[in-house]
Design a binder for this molecule. Structure first.
Ligand code: ADP
Length: 397
């Protein structure tokens, strides 16, 4: 029974999951945090148990050794589970990578070369790949890119209306992110409905700490709300989403904010946090329900932006068959779903309040039976999608 190890490596953390490809079950998972700091932490979960330890983790190579050691000590045995490959999550694949790609020396350099587009993400991924190569010499490795699914967008969707030569020289265009999730959810929705993927137009709303919308025509991404970086589009936990770029010029001139200040403002201190003082959607919802006006405005801005994208994507797709909500907020917040997709009956979207309130685990329909557009809640599973894509690449070799 072959298994795949999925690694999601950031600059200071390494998450992993071992997935059995016959059952698609997670056999074990873990997280190693605060790599490079004086005090780090490792946790390994297997069979309902969790093994935690505090220890300094010097670098990603040591993190990989800790992971390997935890598999040896607490199980499951990687040999018995026939580990056939490692799938690495890589945030930015630029315009170069449009499918899962076997990792070799050249691919690693190319991922590194894309670091100027994703300075917070790609270097960590390369460190994770290097470390895994040391801990698992000879094991095939595959890079699965967050941007790859959106490489099917047409030029009119990904082109910004700025100086074309400058944009080309600095690779400025829309790339889009969360592609692994949008791909997984759109396929799961089609399968759940028993409809051929290539006949469906879909909108996927991935609403977690980071959030993005995607318009999908016949299984292909044709538009998405994040841009050259994950800052654009919907209102997120700490990111502003769409904003008039002149706001930055204004704040630089009048508030004397530097480029780094502005970067931090829009990426770390905006969105739910900037508007309400709380970066977690649950806090915003509960305070809004208690009558807090800042929280109420925050919730209204979030819903307004979501409606804006739902309407825009319906127009771009020439009508939509399925809208799916996913990720932390999309899967768990009936309030956000109702605020985003409620009141859109004239667009053919008829939510069923009782169904929306009663969503359990698994895929749920939250529209009425008569609704022309089917609205679903689909739990995402990015690790499984990475494992599937990695397995396909390995099987095809
Ligand atoms: P990430 O993008 O970090 O993977 P998640 O997909 O886990 O994030 O989503 C995190 C968001 O989901 C948080 O804003 C949190 O408030 C929200 N969330 C998680 N559980 C619930 C819940 N039961 N009800 C409402 N919101 C929830």
């Amino acid at each position: 029974m072959p298994s795949i190890l999925v690694i999601n490596s950031g600059s200071s953390s390494l998450k992993y999951q071992l997935i059995d490809m016959a059952t698609e079950e997670t056999l074990a998972s873990g997280l190693i945090e605060r790599i490079g700091e004086a005090e780090g932490h490792a946790s390994h979960r297997v069979g309902g148990q969790r093994f935690d330890k505090d220890l300094a983790v010097r670098d990603h190579a040591q993190a990989c050794r800790i992971m390997r050691n935890d598999f040896d000590t607490h199980g499951p045995s990687l040999d018995e589970h026939d580990l056939v490959a490692i799938g690495h999550r890589v945030v930015h694949g630029g315009a170069r990578f449009f499918e899962p790609t076997p990792i070799d020396h050249v691919v690693k350099i190319q991922i590194e070369d894309l670091s100027d587009l994703a300075p917070l993400h790609n270097p960590g991924a390369v460190q994770g790949i290097d470390a895994a190569e040391k801990s698992f010499p000879g094991l095939p490795m595959v890079a699965v890119f967050d941007t790859a699914f959106h490489q099917t967008m047409p030029p009119e969707a990904y082109t910004y209306a700025i100086d074309a030569e400058l944009a080309q020289r600095y690779r400025v265009r829309k790339y889009g992110f969360h592609g692994t999730s949008h791909r997984y959810v759109s396929r799961a929705a089609a399968e759940f409905l028993g409809r051929p993927l290539d006949e469906l137009t879909q909108i996927v709303l991935h609403l977690g700490n980071g959030a993005s919308a995607c318009a999908i025509d016949g299984g292909r991404s044709v538009e998405t709300s994040m841009g050259m970086t994950p800052l654009a589009g919907l209102v997120m936990g700490t990111r502003s989403g769409d904003i008039d770029a002149s706001v930055l010029f204004h704040l630089a001139r009048r508030a004397k904010l530097s480029i780094d200040d502005l970067d931090e403002l829009l990426n770390k201190r905006s969105g739910l946090l900037g508007l309400s003082g709380f970066g977690d959607s649950r806090d915003v919802q509960s305070r809004a329900a208690d009558g807090d006006e800042r929280a109420q405005l925050t919730a209204a801005v979030v819903a307004h932006r979501l409606k804006f994208y739902i309407g825009a994507y319906q127009a771009l797709l020439g009508g939509v068959d399925v809208i799916s909500f996913t990720a932390g907020i999309g899967e768990h917040s009936a309030e956000v779903r109702a605020a985003a997709a409620g009141g859109l009956e004239r667009l053919g979207i008829e939510l069923d309040p009782a169904r929306n309130a009663a969503v359990g685990s698994g895929i749920s329909v939250i529209s009425t039976d008569a609704s022309p557009v089917t609205v679903l809640v689909v739990p995402t599973n990015e690790e499984l999608e990475i494992a599937r894509q990695t397995f396909e690449v390995i099987a095809a070799r």
